[in-house]
Design a protein around this ligand. Structure first.
Ligand code: ZN
Length: 261
């Protein structure tokens, strides 16, 4: 048994140790909290990337549509792809190919048929190759493509809008094309939108010089499968019908956009 005085000393010692430990823990906790707050307060906007930075300083807040007639850009996917600049070297040799037909031929035929229809409505149209001019702007931009698949039974068309859409109109535009193109062509809707569609290089103005102006409403249309006989009956043998489906949607979209101006 310990003398009474020793017990008091031990008790004091334990209490002191506990107090020191508690203070230390509280200090560590404070330091942790402080470092969290500091991280938040001093968060470097560059870590968020330009898209988030744009919230703080929006370079397009005062953007106004350029003067001039309604303008539509129709990109014939893969057309003249071999002319792509260094930043787009990976697109120089790609595109679907089936039954002796290269995708770009189909895309260009549909783009030209759509241009004729749109011009008859007094709309200015640019037919664009795989490489678009830097910062290209239009009231509506459509990149026209065709798919292929090793399984010739795979069929259908699909439409996607950019993952980052500064115009705020592209999703509505895509929905209109999805509706009108399907009704007009009678083709099936393929629901398999890919990452590559939403992150299409021409949409990627943060990364490529040869890309759209951020305020250009844009979609990419996979018109059907070149490898499927049923889809070919429309996209290869009847490009006017495919173009008609696309143009119906473009006209509705432009009419709504004009109302909003
Ligand atoms: Zn393509």
């Amino acid at each position: 048994m310990l003398p009474r005085r020793d017990i008091i000393f031990i008790a004091l010692g334990v209490l002191t140790t506990l107090a020191v430990a508690t203070t230390a823990l509280a200090f560590v906790h404070t330091q942790r909290s402080a470092s969290f707050s500091a991280t938040e307060a001093g968060f470097d906007e560059s870590d968020l990337g330009p898209a988030m930075t744009a919230v703080a300083v929006d370079p397009y807040a005062d953007w106004t549509r350029p003067q001039g007639p309604l303008r539509v850009g129709l990109q014939a996917g893969h057309w003249l792809a071999y002319e792509a600049p260094e930043e787009l070297a990976n697109i120089r040799h790609n595109g679907a190919y089936a039954v002796g037909i290269a995708e770009w031929e189909v895309n260009l035929a549909i783009a030209e048929a759509a241009r004729d229809l749109l011009e008859s409505h007094g709309i200015a149209v640019d037919i664009l190759p795989a490489t678009i001019p830097p910062d290209y702007w239009a009231d509506a931009f459509v990149s026209i493509h065709a798919d292929d698949n090793d399984d010739v039974r795979v069929n259908g068309y699909k439409v996607a809008s950019p993952r980052r859409d500064r115009s705020g109109k592209s999703a509505e535009f895509a929905a209109l094309i999805e509706e009108e193109y399907g009704v007009t062509t009678g083709l099936a809707l393929d629901p398999n939108i890919t990452r590559n569609m939403r992150g299409y290089y021409a949409f990627n103005w943060r990364r490529y010089e040869h890309s759209l102006h951020p305020m250009a409403p844009a979609v990419i249309l996979e018109t059907g499968f070149l490898s499927n006989a049923g889809d070919r009956r429309v996209i290869v043998q009847d490009p006017d019908r495919a173009a008609d489906g696309l143009v119906r949607a473009v006209l509705i979209f432009l009419e709504r956009s004009e109302d909003a101006i």
